[in-house]
Design a protein around this ligand. Structure first.
Ligand code: 5GP
Ligand code: 5GP
Length: 208
């Protein structure tokens, strides 16, 4: 048993709200497969250290190889769409995530297991349902950061970190939800540390 194969402490599993990614001065581009569903989608699964720092680009010899995840591509297009411009099919985004973050967990998860783990985690953490069960809907209204965190804690079982951005009128809005995952990439845990706090007070939940 190789028990020393641990070059990080936990993962952040990060989901993004497409309505907020697109509602900025810079705007966004829908993927070639069309407008994504109005659901939280995956941004990434990121190895992190307990002190808040993180490793990146850990193995230049282990570049993304799309042929290894052909069986997952349909599901990835639905739950891990790219909204960056110009429009693309997602492989560039997934490749960036694997090269920057995934390679730092390559001892735990090979490329296929890395993406499969993220998809399995996604199924276990339905953020939109947790929010809607608490009456928090993507309806362009403002909700307190505390109520959003509580709703996710209640629905998913773990306290999230939130990352906000601002729209063209400088309203703060909910962009990303961070959950923490053990180094196996399988189980949610309470976060050892949260990234910089960028959401306070009331934030908008834009429609998409
Ligand atoms: P931003 O500054 O837009 O929040 O993040 C830019 C990029 O830096 C992210 O896409 C991600 O790759 C990386 N990043 C930002 N914060 C963290 C963090 O707390 N942990 C890890 N592992 N990566 C992060
Ligand atoms: P990070 O480095 O923060 O993990 O990932 C951000 C990079 O992925 C940026 O270079 C960004 O252009 C690209 N990217 C492509 N599609 C998306 C998307 O839908 N959301 C985010 N946040 N980044 C995307």
């Amino acid at each position: 048993v190789v028990s020393s194969a641990q070059d990080f402490d936990f993962f952040y599993f990060v989901q993004q709200w497409p309505g907020s990614y697109c509602d900025t001065k810079r705007s966004c581009c829908y993927p070639v497969t069309g407008k994504p569903d109005p659901i939280f989608t995956i941004h990434g699964l990121w190895p992190n250290y307990n002190d808040g720092t993180y490793p990146s680009n850990c193995d230049r010899q282990n570049d993304f190889d799309a042929s290894e995840i052909e069986d997952l591509e349909k599901t990835m297009q639905k739950y891990w769409p790219t909204l960056a411009c110009p429009s693309s099919d997602g492989e560039k985004f997934w490749g960036h995530e694997w090269d920057k973050h995934g390679t730092c967990a390559e001892k735990q998860l090979d490329q296929h297991s890395y993406f499969l783990s993220a998809l399995n985690l996604y199924k276990k953490a339905n953020i939109l349902k947790a929010l809607q069960d608490a009456g928090i809907d993507p309806d362009d209204r403002f909700y307190s950061v505390e109520s959003i965190k509580q709703a996710i804690k209640r629905g998913v079982g773990f306290t999230p970190g939130l990352h906000c951005n601002t729209d063209g009128s400088r309203n703060h809005q909910i962009l990303e939800v961070y959950l923490c995952v053990d180094t196996s990439g399988q189980e949610f845990i309470e976060c050892p540390t949260f990234p910089r706090i960028s959401c306070t007070g009331k934030v908008q939940f834009p429609s998409f």
